[in-house]
Design a protein around this ligand. Sequence first.
Ligand code: ATP
Length: 238
Amino acid sequence: MAGSLQTSLGRFADAMPTGSPAPLEAIGILGGTFDPVHCAHLRLALEVRAALRLDSVRLMPAASPRLRAAPEASAEVRMRLLEAALADVCGLEADARELSRPGPTVTADTLEALREELPDVSLCLILGMDAMSRFDAWIDADRIPDLAHIAVAERPGAAALPRNGATANFLRARRCDDLDSIRTAPSGCVFFVRDIPTLDISATRVRSLRARGESIRFLVPDRVHDIIVNEDLYAHQR
Ligand code: ATP
């Protein structure tokens, strides 16, 4: 992995803009388990959309995340909750493409499929710091900079990003502070999104409150709350 990330650094120059190309449409991708979607996911998507001036952000639930336990709710339920959460939110969309792919979720494959569909847009993979810290454990992480930019957002309680090693070198080499790069290059840069309000909410906390019979109101959108309560979801200790 370290070697392949290093190799991808060498290709960075090729991905950088030259001349004055027409501004690209910019789409953010927020992957996750969304088990269930909560207010911090939605706030994160809106904040990054505004900070990076993205046209839209797609929230993309994973069928079977490779680096964690299987989700508690089915893909169908997680998607239904996500659609309810986004029903009247401008600029955020639910994207079910990963749920229909068999086997563990590989982000590079997802981005490749998206890239084939949308060859001329700028794609920006949004990651909380916890997800970014585990980047070097991802399958084919070295393919990602050729397919998308990365936006790294702060997350309460997340460990600091590594200072040494392949991920640290990758972040240093790819870091970009010029937001215009998102409109002039389709992929290849890492943006740090700071100074956005952080919310200390996790799906783990939502599930464990439900399992203890306690309220989850205001941690999740009202529509999501009502579906979870009415259908008795996440109500049993696993
Ligand atoms: P779980 O508690 O089950 O691990 P989670 O709350 O971390 O779930 P995920 O669906 O795994 O939610 O997260 C999807 C993405 O959203 C990840 O990139 C994660 O870093 C980010 N994220 C989730 N919660 C927050 C938060 N409170 N602040 C910032 N980023 C967050």
